[in-house]
Write a protein that binds this ligand. Structure first.
Ligand SMILES: NC(=O)c1ccc[n+]([C@@H]2O[C@H](COP(=O)([O-])OP(=O)(O)OC[C@H]3O[C@@H](n4cnc5c(N)ncnc54)[C@H](O)[C@@H]3O)[C@@H](O)[C@H]2O)c1
Length: 452
């Protein structure tokens, strides 16, 4: 099983050392390192320059984590669709990280091509914090330009996007670049230790996994303002449009699916089937928002009758739960987010639970960046590309099954030609879903909606 190494105690090396180490890589790697070397020459020190793409809540948090992870880092360029977000987040970061945010006005880039301008700003590391639809494009451009990457989850909203991410991951490997994924539970020591125990046979062979992500609404809904075109409206409400978010099974439940994938040795399921829908019209509080479902219940089939049951919901005023339950031939295991990680014998008696005095101090969002910067400094790249692509694909497979009402194999799904793209990347483009004359968005109907 390929695991991140949250405790990896990479020896701290200077920028020169890491350039030397990575400089030993042949061919394509050379191009990547040349761009870093040029930056180093210009900076004349060991500073790693960071660019941020997607200046929302998480992107800004991730930029802060990156600055905290390594004292010799600077944030030098920021990009977003909206300039006011960049300015607000720049001010915030400058306040909390004085002297570390040197983004001048010329390095604040707004619009659909902002990502390329950030990447072309002489940076070493890029934080990809925009919305899932754009991740494959942004990742491909970053790897092409030889940048190390932190990529928030999920990493795509459709199968062509997943395939692109897998290609970028391979390219990054060849170039000696790190890709660290925002699937943060992989960097949370209590869960890492639990997964290690499962891999070591603490509950025998896994026979089934039940994962839940039952939640309220994930994002604030922005009202349509006069003069706001459809692309902007959807961009501001991206959590509610499947082409942007992948639907909430992808945007939220991917964390749980990733833990199931991890426990299954990072092997994808053979097939899946299930159901879902939009039970609460208009998400209960705002009219005509998006085309997402508000619940999914999916069965993922593995060889030998092993199943992963995934159940997620985004509905207001309902029971909430985010739990992972693993059943095995010799016991069971329960992961209750930060609260508890426990293993039980077949009689239900607890045989282990994670205990550490340090538990409260562990910040997985911070640890993933520490791993990234240590890897860069040590010239020992981390590449989370495959599992971040596979867990995203598990979510997309579940969505395909629920939307169509069909049983779909992994091979069919990952080779799907369904590409969720607007007519072009511009505010005057036509998005893949548009409202009808009543302002309603078409919601997929199982049995009628076709698998593509
Ligand atoms: N790992 C975690 O636990 C965690 C937590 C929260 C969010 N996330 C993920 O982080 C991502 C961002 O979520 P958020 O909560 O910060 O959302 P957000 O809406 O606060 O921020 C997204 C930002 O991206 C910008 N953006 C959209 N399209 C863009 C494009 N083409 N180019 C540049 N910028 C673009 C938006 O304008 C916005 O400012 C999502 O994929 C989400 O799933 C992960």
């Amino acid at each position: 099983m390929s695991r991140p190494r949250p405790h990896a105690n990479a020896n701290r090396a200077t920028r020169r050392d890491f350039l030397k180490t990575s400089g030993a890589l042949a061919g394509a790697a050379l191009a990547a390192n040349l761009s870093i070397a040029r930056t180093a020459h210009a900076a004349g020190d060991d500073v790693l320059k960071i660019g941020l793409i997607g200046c929302g809540g998480r992107g800004t948090g991730a930029a802060r984590n990156a600055l905290d992870a390594d004292p010799n880092t600077r944030l030098v360029a920021m990009g977003d669709l909206f300039i006011e977000r960049i300015h607000a987040k720049r001010k915030f970061l400058q306040t909390i990280k004085p002297g570390r945010v040197t983004v001048d006005d010329d390095h604040c880039f707004a619009g659909y091509d902002a990502y390329q301008k950030v990447i072309d700003s002489g940076i070493d590391v890029v934080v990809l914090g925009s919305v899932p639809h754009y991740r494959p494009r942004h990742l491909a451009a970053a790897v092409e330009a030889g940048k190390h990457v932190f990529a928030e989850k999920p990493v795509a909203a459709d199968a062509p996007g997943v395939r692109s991410v897998l290609q970028s991951a391979k390219k990054a490997e060849a170039k000696g670049l790190s890709i660290v994924s925002g699937l943060c539970w992989r960097y949370y020591p209590p869960v890492v230790e639990t997964m290690q125990r499962l891999a070591d046979g603490a509950i025998g062979q896994i026979t089934s996994i039940q994962i839940t992500y039952l939640f309220g609404l994930v994002g604030q809904i922005t009202d349509r303002k006069p003069g706001m075109n459809e692309m902007e409206y959807q961009a501001r409400n991206w959590q509610y449009f499947s082409w942007l978010s992948g639907d909430h099974i992808c945007e939220q439940h991917v964390h749980s699916l990733d833990k199931a994938l991890w426990a299954m040795g990072d092997k994808p399921p053979v097939a899946a089937f299930g159901s879902g829908g939009r039970q609460v019209p208009d998400f209960g509080n705002k009219p005509k928002t998006g085309n997402n479902y508000d619940h999914f219940s999916i069965v993922y089939e593995y060889p030998d009758e092993v199943v992963v049951n995934g159940h997620c919901r985004q509905q207001l005023n309902c029971y909430k739960e985010t739990l992972d339950r693993f059943a095995g031939t010799a016991g069971s295991c329960k992961i209750n987010q930060f609260q508890s990680q426990e293993i039980f014998d077949p009689a239900g008696k607890r045989t282990w639970r994670y205990r550490s005095r340090k538990k409260r101090g562990l910040n997985m969002y911070q640890l993933e960046h520490e791993a990234l910067f240590k890897a860069i400094r040590a010239g020992k790249p981390i590449n989370n590309g495959q599992y971040m692509a596979y867990s995203t694909m598990m979510a997309i497979l579940g969505r395909m099954c629920a939307y169509t009402g069909q049983r779909i194999t992994w091979q069919q799904a990952i080779n799907s030609q369904e590409s969720l793209k607007p007519s072009k990347y511009s505010f005057d483009a036509v998005p893949p879903v548009v409202p009808d004359k009543n302002g309603d968005y078409k919601i997929p109907i199982p049995g009628l909606t076709k698998f593509v």
